[in-house]
Design a protein around this ligand. Structure first.
Ligand SMILES: Cc1ncc(COP(=O)(O)O)c(C=O)c1O
Length: 356
């Protein structure tokens, strides 16, 4: 039998939940799908545009993706439209890393950065992002970095990201830039590196609140795209056609639509922040983007994972144990402010009551 991996702690918490629990766990946006995007989807349904698309995606969408990240030629040959950014992550790991190859991942990061290499027979190697250079070996094939990051909400500076791209080129590994939270920044937009060794992964799940339509992409050198197309075609045939319509409409809509979305998350973060501040001896990392707060509960509990499962089973509040994101997350909890303001207020109040 091939390697298997256990269900993520995020899903385990959701499965453990008793009725009535308020969810601050899953990164599921609660903002409304922007009106121009909703209208485009309905119009496409009414026109009966529900068939297969070309395997690698609609040409107009592939062109739009190339234009957004022009360093690999800027045309339709530099992208594949995928089933969520998750498929794009899977394609690069399964398609570009051989068994035994090493994939560098952040010490605290999105769980799939660890599980995808394992499933592919490769070796995930955790490293703090400021010590990447010393983690590179002759077997290093890839570094995966998300900005804004999940679960930290950290936005990497343009200079730091560019230095990683330069290191990737010098040492001959791929830098996978996970940009799925690109549009969800609080103070300043993220800056992404450009370079021969940079592979851009993105999607519409978070920015357009369309997690269920499953639409993402990969922008990469044309020879990488050509190499990965066979894997993509055999796995999924093509990304959902309606989701591709939604992505095109999202790119075409006025910028003010996304500013409204960001304002909503700024308000939700302010609500969560003031509720957390009322809990004694709890600290957190200030997020720069995405919709997560990684908070340190080590001064209040010996075991934050046990606390999270206990509150889930009692039907109080769902949060993700920091351990879901790497051993260094022990003692921390990830709370999402993707939820509604009412859920945020109620959920943090229940957490505070449980700790008092
Ligand atoms: C950092 C990160 N990358 C990728 C994904 C996958 O998202 P999707 O496949 O919906 O685009 C997620 C989902 O939560 C995520 O947090």
């Amino acid at each position: 039998m091939r390697t298997s991996v256990p269900l993520s702690l995020i899903r385990q918490i959701a499965l453990a939940a008793a009725p009535g629990a308020v969810s601050l766990a899953v990164g599921e946006p609660s903002h409304a799908v922007p009106e121009p995007v909703r209208r485009a989807i309905v119009d496409a349904v009414n026109r009966g545009e529900l068939g297969y698309t070309p395997n690698a995606g609609r040409t107009d969408l592939r062109r739009a993706l190339g234009a957004r990240r022009p360093e690999h030629g800027g045309d339709e040959h530099s992208s594949i439209v995928t089933v969520g950014s998750q498929e794009a992550l899977a394609l690069v790991v399964f398609g570009l890393v051989e068994a035994g190859g090493e994939v560098l991942i952040p010490d605290i990061g999105y769980p799939a950065y660890d599980t995808l290499p394992r499933l592919a027979g490769a070796v995930p190697v955790r490293t703090p992002l400021d010590a990447v250079e010393s983690a590179v070996t002759a077997r290093t094939r890839m570094l995966i970095v998300g900005s804004p990051g999940n679960p930290t909400g950290e936005v990497l500076s343009g200079e730091r990201f560019a230095a990683l791209a330069a290191l990737a080129e010098e040492r001959g590994f791929w830098l996978v830039s996970d940009e799925v939270y690109e549009e969800l920044w609080l103070d300043a937009p993220p800056q992404y590196p450009a370079g021969k060794r940079v592979l851009h992964v993105g999607g519409i799940s978070k920015s357009l609140a369309l997690t269920g339509l499953r639409l993402g992409w990969l922008v990469a050198p044309t020879e990488v795209i050509a190499q990965l197309q066979g894997l993509h075609q055999n796995l999924v045939t093509c990304a959902p056609s309606l989701a591709q319509v939604a992505a095109l409409a999202g790119f075409a809509m006025p910028a003010a639509e996304l500013e409204t979305v960001r304002d909503g998350y700024r308000r939700r973060w302010a609500t969560m922040r003031s509720a957390l501040a009322a809990i004694r001896d709890v600290r957190w990392r200030e997020p720069d983007g995405a919709f997560y707060c990684l908070a340190d509960f080590r001064a209040r509990t010996a075991d934050s994972t046990a606390l999270a499962f206990d509150l889930a089973r009692r039907g109080e509040v769902l949060m993700v144990p920091g351990e879901a994101f790497g051993p260094d997350g022990k003692g921390w909890l990830r709370l999402t402010f993707a939820s509604t303001e009412d859920a945020i207020r109620e959920g943090v109040a229940r957490l505070a009551a449980a700790l008092s």
